[in-house]
Write a protein of this length. Sequence first.
Length: 153
Amino acid sequence: MTAPGPEPEALLAAAQAAARHAYAPYSHFAVGAALGFADGAIVTGANVENASYGLSLCAEAVAVAKAMAEGRRGGLTALAVVNRGRPISPCGRCRQLLSELAGLDGRDPLVAGGMGKEIRLSRLLPQAFGPGQLAGPDLEEGDGSGDPSPRNR
C-alpha cells in the first residue's frame, strides 16, 4: 500500500518547475520546493533573494507560507527541494518550518532526494523543537509574561 499524496517523481518535477521562477540575482542559486499533501495537492515555492541578504526567503519557506495562507494545517506527506535539476536538502531553518507544518497532524513526511536518497524529515531534524515545548509547569504558573523566574510567582 502506497502512502497518500503525490509521488516523489511528481514532486521533483514540480520543484524543478518552481525553481525557474526563483529570484536569485545575487547567489544565482535558484531553488524550487514542492510540498505534497495527502489530498494529492502540490504547493510550490521558489527562493526570493533580497539585497539585504538576511531578508531573503528560501523556497521551502515560501512554499510553507503559501500552504498556510491557503488554509493547510497538516497533511504534508512528502516534499522535494531542487537546484539545477538536482535534489538538495532543506537548510536547518526550513527543516524547522517543515517540521511544524508536518507536526500539526503528526506526520513524518518523506524528503524526496534529500541527502542523495529518500529520507524522512525526522531524520533530517531529530528532536525538533515544537509547540509542545513552549509551555511547561514553570511557564503556566508565571505571570503570563513568559518569564518563568521566581520573581514573577
